[in-house]
Design a protein around this ligand. Structure first.
Ligand SMILES: C[S@@+](CC[C@H](N)C(=O)[O-])C[C@H]1O[C@@H](n2cnc3c(N)ncnc32)[C@H](O)[C@@H]1O
Length: 269
């Protein structure tokens, strides 16, 4: 085995296995994602009960809790939930699956941020998520999602099949990740191979991840079928766009050309 061939394969994601590393890689010290959601909830006059589905480290849920919303948050990864409970307390944290979940009490809004929704790969899984949202939401409740835009990859071959590298110094160890994206066209998935190497002598680790490529018109059709009316669907500004969303910034462009999609939909009452 050479240094070039990863000695371990992992279906899990190092960044979700080690939530502190996830926050180091994607810092949000000003809590822009949480503030963006807070502004969307207010703009659409949401009721107080909010569910963060696929909450990750829990920092957005905790921000919303501090802002006065009654927040429940869930994730499938036990490591994320443990981290959220320890580092971002306040919300109620549950272990649940996006693809099918049931709540004991209804909520007024469901959030699904940073492409968590795109972990629903198959049409049945997307339908399972939307069915679960419909069961969980009060009449007229909101679905707010923020994710990669599948349409952004159309014609952008320079983003694909070419390795890119980033390094991250964390807990005294330098981690280097080499990432290659490719399209699985028939499954409509963006597949990522990421190989991690660390300077602490541990062997390289290869990780395989995939996201559903959802297109704006496809999303509209799925939502209409599930009984949701689209109120907003645009490419930003949002919490992960360049330039980033600001409270006093310009309104959304209205187009859906960029690399992120921002969705607000209302469950038909
Ligand atoms: C990119 S992270 C986003 C986390 C968080 N929403 C944020 O914006 O920081 C995606 C999250 O989705 C979670 N996830 C993936 N598949 C899931 C599933 N089927 N059910 C629940 N959570 C899932 C992962 O564990 C991870 O925490």
């Amino acid at each position: 085995m050479t240094d070039e061939s990863p000695s371990r394969e992992s279906g899990a994601n190092l960044l979700t296995e080690q939530p502190a590393l996830y926050e180091a890689r994607f810092p949000d010290p000003e809590r822009i994602a949480g503030r963006w959601v807070d502004a969307v909830l207010r703009r659409h006059r949401s009721g107080p009960r909010v569910l963060d589905a696929g909450c990750g480290t829990g920092r957005d849920a905790a921000h919303l809790h501090r802002a006065g919303w009654r927040v429940t948050a869930f994730d499938l990864a036990p490591s994320m939930l443990a981290y959220a409970r320890a580092h971002h307390p306040g919300p109620r944290h549950l272990r649940a699956d996006l693809r099918e979940f049931t709540l004991e009490q209804p909520v007024d809004a469901v959030l699904c941020l940073d492409s968590a929704l795109l972990h629903c790969h198959r049409n049945e899984e997307l339908a399972g998520f939307l069915d679960s949202c419909r069961r969980a939401l009060s009449p007229g409740g909101l679905l707010i999602a923020e994710m990669r835009n599948g349409a952004f990859f159309l014609g952008r071959t320079e983003l694909l099949d070419a390795p890119s590298t980033f390094t991250l110094d964390w807990a005294g160890v330098r981690h280097t990740a080499t990432t290659t994206l490719r399209l699985d066209r028939s499954a409509q998935l963006l597949r990522r191979l990421r190989v991690w190497r660390s300077d602490d002598g541990s062997p390289p680790v290869a990780q395989h991840s995939a996201w559903r490529l959802l297109f704006p018109q496809e999303l509209r059709a799925l939502l209409a079928t599930a009984g949701f009316r689209v109120l907003e669907l645009h490419d930003g500004p949002g919490p992960r766009t360049e330039p980033r969303w600001r409270q006093d910034g310009p309104p959304p462009t209205g187009s859906a050309d960029g690399d992120r999609l921002h969705l607000v939909a209302r469950l038909d009452a």
